[in-house]
Write a protein that binds this ligand. Structure first.
Ligand code: PFF
Length: 453
């Protein structure tokens, strides 16, 4: 049998999985979720969710992958529960849906990198027209999908691992440099205060729910991305310490993104941050103006670095999103890896075309559907992202933890974890993981799923 590929080193696996986790979610979404959700109050809740709820699900996903050495669909069959293959299929579907719209936003970021290189700071004011220009952003999206497919086509160690080992350290250097620079700007501390001073009065169900959704999406959980990456991990690796490092890297980058963004915005608004709102508008519409005010040379350096950072973060995530359906096609449908990669990338790009047109170009896709209880119609791209992020991922997480605890059973899960962690049995970590996957994760995630449908 042809080899499926493996990560060559622990650091390679961590770089790839942390690369999957660190993405648009950290840099684009997290800072504003924090600002809208009560500053440090949100951060504390987010940390709690990451370690109490997400970490055990991550460990379970990696353990299922490592045990079976299979894609998410095949994994459930290999464990002896073919009826549970639907859960893997749901993951593959979520991967396809997420990548279809994620690639569009990644394309915007890449296009902005080129605009910054050319010193076109005016693009910020033209953001609305920019995202309507389907030929241009379609081309950027195509370049992005091509780069993703190119990396994935080179295989696990020669493509994914190698690229992650270059992109992740570069990303860390870029973000740390940008934070250091942002901190030197006038009004920086007002930005930091706005970001982090806790306001517990902002916490309501909506905020709790968005913290949970953000944690899940940010850690790439609930759709088998980590089952897939886990399937390329060797038996002597410690899943617990790897998962902890992945989680810590993800949280740290999200936190740093806020420490960069708010001083920038505070500088621009001269400390008047209260009109600041999150979403796509801020990064794409406002930041170019901030960069322009640094002067032509510095503006280009900082602006291009920022959008390069965003593009790199997105790239290691799109790679993991593509790898999920590819692993399924290779393992289950026995399609040659290279063929599978290019075919699936083209299909996903096509699935993403309505999302590409959903930001003003096509009135039909831009005002696609009106949800119950919502006055304004939702565009197609937001609809797909809501279905995947708000429903499929929490449901996937709920079922994966339930599966680990009650179907595959805890002692098998523990056995697999203990392979690379000799003192695991009887440890506090074992008790914690067992308690969480048996009760807390399935119940809380199940409730969240039910409340959102
Ligand atoms: N974690 C990525 C982000 O925060 O942008 C998004 C993501 C990647 C979600 C891969 C799910 C996944 F499988």
């Amino acid at each position: 049998m042809a080899s499926r590929g493996n990560f060559n080193s622990k650091i390679g696996f961590i770089a790839a999985a942390a690369g999957s986790a660190v993405g648009l979610g950290n840099i684009w979404k997290f800072p504003f979720e924090v600002a809208d959700g009560g500053g440090a109050a949100f951060v504390l809740m987010y940390l709690g969710f990451c370690f109490i709820l997400c970490f055990p699900v991550m460990v379970t996903e990696i353990a299922i992958g490592r045990k079976t050495q299979k894609d998410p669909v095949g994994a459930f069959g290999a464990l002896g529960f073919p009826k549970w293959k639907f859960l893997g299929k749901m993951g593959v579907l979520a991967g396809v849906l997420i990548l279809s719209f994620y690639n569009v936003v990644a394309g915007w970021a890449f296009g902005y990198f080129l605009e910054m290189l050319m010193g076109n700071f005016a693009i910020g004011g033209q953001f609305g027209d920019y995202i309507k220009d389907v030929v241009k952003i379609g081309a950027y999206g195509a370049v992005f999908m091509f780069s993703t497919a190119f990396i994935v086509s080179k295989g696990v160690s020669g493509g994914i691992e190698k690229a992650s080992k270059i992109l992740m350290p570069t990303l860390l250097i870029l973000i740390i440099s940008l934070v250091a620079y942002a901190m030197t700007l006038p009004h920086a501390m007002e930005g930091v205060k706005f970001y982090l001073v806790p306001d517990f009065s902002e916490i309501n169900f909506e905020v709790v729910y968005s913290a949970l959704g953000q944690a899940f999406f940010s850690l790439s959980l609930g759709m088998g991305a980590l089952i897939t990456y886990g399937s390329y991990v060797s038996k002597d690796e410690n899943i617990i310490s790897s998962a902890a490092l992945i989680t810590l890297t993800d949280i740290s980058v999200a936190f740093l993104a806020g420490l960069m963004m708010f001083p920038f915005v505070a500088y621009m608004s001269e400390g008047n941050l209260h009109e600041v709102t999150g979403g796509p508008g801020l990064i794409f519409a406002t930041l170019p103006g901030v960069f322009e005010s640094f002067g032509p040379i510095l503006g280009i350096i900082v602006g291009a670095s920022f959008f390069l950072l965003l593009s790199f973060a997105a790239l290691t995530s799109t790679v993991s999103l593509l790898e999920v359906p590819v692993a399924y096609a290779v393992d289950e449908l026995k399609i040659d890896r290279k063929k599978a990669v290019w075919l699936i990338a083209i299909i996903i790009f096509i699935v993403g075309i309505p999302s590409l047109m959903a930001n003003g170009y096509s009135p039909f896709f831009s005002s696609f559907i009106t949800y119950m209880g919502n006055d304004n119609p939702t565009d197609f791209m937001t609809l797909v992202s809501d279905i995947a992020n708000d429903s499929l991922l929490p449901l996937g997480g709920c079922l994966i933890s339930f599966f680990g605890a009650y179907v595959w059973k805890k002692h098998n899960l523990n056995e697999e974890i203990a392979q690379g962690y000799p003192n695991y049995h009887g440890s506090f970590v074992e008790k914690f993981i067992n308690l969480m996957v048996s009760y807390f994760c399935p119940i809380v995630l199940g409730i969240i799923f039910i409340l959102t449908v």
